[in-house]
Design a protein. Structure first.
Lengths: 277, 257
């Protein structure tokens, strides 16, 4: 009560206009502190390229990169590349999710299964997917199958291991609580273990999404004739440096978009975890 | 409020020759030895004793979370095997599911038991009101204080309308002030709900305040536990002479002054 009566006259004194100006000011300050360095980097690039501080043949000015990007998109050539790249990484990622999450939930629940499978999983995980790519090419040929498979291989392990970890770190006391109400194993799994593992699973999903794009580029640099990764290499061979950078920025954009989708999905599913912060 | 009030006829607990040991470095460490005890329907019994005396083990056996090595537990004359719908347990930690709201948590026990959602929510709301959290039914556990979270745990246990309420040091993690308020709440709830209440605590004052009888479990495994009747009128007054005398007597049981 006392605090409210002290505050009231202070609020009365300032006009609504001033309040709006204050809020706009705070938003602008927040924007500058978050994106200021990024804007500075972009500006530095543009100025050094146009002023000749760096070799514009290697670092072309941003406007020519933007022009190359626009041309590629408008003509539909880059759109085709994006489509095929999304298809490759999308199928691989979806397959990794479809296998990794159920398998991880199962393995995390049953200690004996986890114990038996863990050493071989650790070995597979530590073997670089890139090093195995030639093996996959031998087995599956140079076409789509080996490309999708190498991405699948690399994205499976982060999802699988994160899911196992999520299930294993579920609070046993919550499980016991559910049991005292007569919950069956299935109910405990559905109502306690599964929701408790969701945040950990998302950590794996986000890690995997990044890995998927990484492997996509590597796979498309070998024996592909389409795709954003192919475009990076191809543009470099043909010395179309603005187009090369356009493809690189496109990849960065895809990565950011994938992460954003997962973050938004996580926020929807884990509203409760948000509350804690 | 009156709707939540339901007279429960059952809730008698009989313990016959109960024994339980734990394996410690290969040797069997007896925790409970040939314990006999009988608790009337609607009675409030407190079990006190130092850490390691077996009071929590006894409660966990009653809850059906531990199997006894020997002897048996009968509820209303029927032997107990595992957890059962006539018992609900309140733990020291509230053990709330962090992804569910207060309403979701209180509904949880009912849903697990197959009560239809609408009915379960109506019953949960009544019990949330009973513990004084009506305005917080949409809050998540992370937004609650320790005392409020424990109230949710109590509402969740009461919502399934148990005959027997088992409390394992339910107020042990709360600060002194909150603990006293919550003791008043528990006394009120026990009076209104007419459940059998079995309370494990290390707080002698709490035992005297809430219980009709106090089972004193000694540290030494050879000594049998002693039952002490609390003959004080209710509601109890912590500062009244009879209460203080009772407290002195209980402390003397443990050689404390």
């Amino acid at each position: 009560m006392a605090l409210q009566s002290l505050d009231a006259p202070l609020e009365g004194r300032s006009s609504p206009g001033a309040a709006i100006r204050r809020r706009v000011g705070a938003t602008a300050r927040g924007f500058v502190s978050r994106y200021g360095l990024l804007a500075g980097f972009v500006l530095l690039w543009q100025v050094s390229a146009t002023q000749g501080w760096v070799n514009p043949a290697v670092f072309p000015p941003l406007d020519s990169i933007a022009a190359a990007l626009w041309k590629g998109l408008a003509s539909g050539a880059l759109l085709d590349d994006i489509a095929i790249s999304l298809q490759r990484s999308g199928i691989a990622f979806a397959a990794a999710v479809a296998l990794g999450i159920p398998l991880g939930l199962f393995m995390g629940q049953i200690a004996a299964v986890e114990r038996a499978l863990d050493p071989i999983l650790q070995l597979f995980r530590q073997t670089s997917a890139l090093a195995l790519y030639p093996v996959f090419i031998l087995l599956l040929g140079l076409g789509e199958a080996s490309k999708v498979f190498v991405i699948f291989w690399a994205t499976l392990f982060p999802i699988l291991l994160a899911t196992i970890g999520g299930v294993k770190q579920v609070n046993r006391k919550l499980v016991e609580m559910a049991r005292t109400f007569g919950a069956t194993r299935l109910t405990v799994f559905r109502r306690v273990v599964l929701p408790a593992s969701v945040p950990a699973i998302f950590v794996g999903l986000r890690l995997s999404a990044t890995t998927a794009l990484l492997l996509l580029i590597a796979a498309e640099m070998i024996g592909a004739n389409k795709g954003v990764g192919f475009q990076v290499m191809n543009a470099q061979y043909n010395f179309q440096i603005p187009l090369m950078f356009a493809a690189i920025f496109l990849l960065a954009g895809l990565g950011l978009a994938a992460n954003l989708v997962l973050v938004l999905l996580q926020r929807r599913l884990c509203r409760w975890a948000e509350v804690q912060r | 409020m009156m709707g939540a009030h339901q007279v429960i006829a059952g809730g008698a607990v009989t313990i016959r020759g109960l024994s339980k040991s734990f394996a410690l470095n290969g040797a069997a460490l007896p925790v409970l030895r040939d314990l006999d005890l009988s608790i009337h329907p609607g009675e409030s019994l407190a079990i006190v004793g130092p850490s390691g005396c077996g009071k929590t083990t006894l409660l966990r056996v009653l809850a059906g979370l531990e199997q006894p090595d020997g002897g048996q537990v009968l509820i209303d004359g029927r032997p107990v095997h595992g957890v059962g719908t006539e018992r609900a347990i309140i733990f020291q930690e509230p053990r709330l599911l962090p992804w569910l709201t207060v309403l979701g948590n209180v509904t949880f026990g009912l849903e697990v038991r197959g009560v239809p959602k609408a009915e379960a929510e109506a019953q949960a709301r009544q019990n949330i009101r009973l513990v004084g959290l009506a305005e917080f039914e949409g809050a998540f556990p992370a937004q609650l204080s320790g005392g409020m979270a424990q109230r949710v745990g109590i509402a969740r246990a009461l919502a399934v309308q148990p005959e027997i309420l088992l409390l394992d040091e339910p107020l042990g993690a709360l600060d002194a002030m909150t603990r006293i308020t919550m003791q008043d709440e528990l006394a009120r709830i026990w009076r209104e709900q007419q459940v059998t209440m079995i309370l494990v605590t290390h707080d002698l004052e709490e035992a005297i305040f809430l219980a009709d009888r106090v089972l004193v479990m000694p540290r030494e495994k050879g000594t049998p536990p002693r039952m002490i009747e609390i003959v004080l009128s209710r509601p109890r007054d912590r500062s009244e002479a009879g209460f203080v005398a009772m407290r002195r007597r209980l402390m003397a049981e443990f050689g404390l002054h």
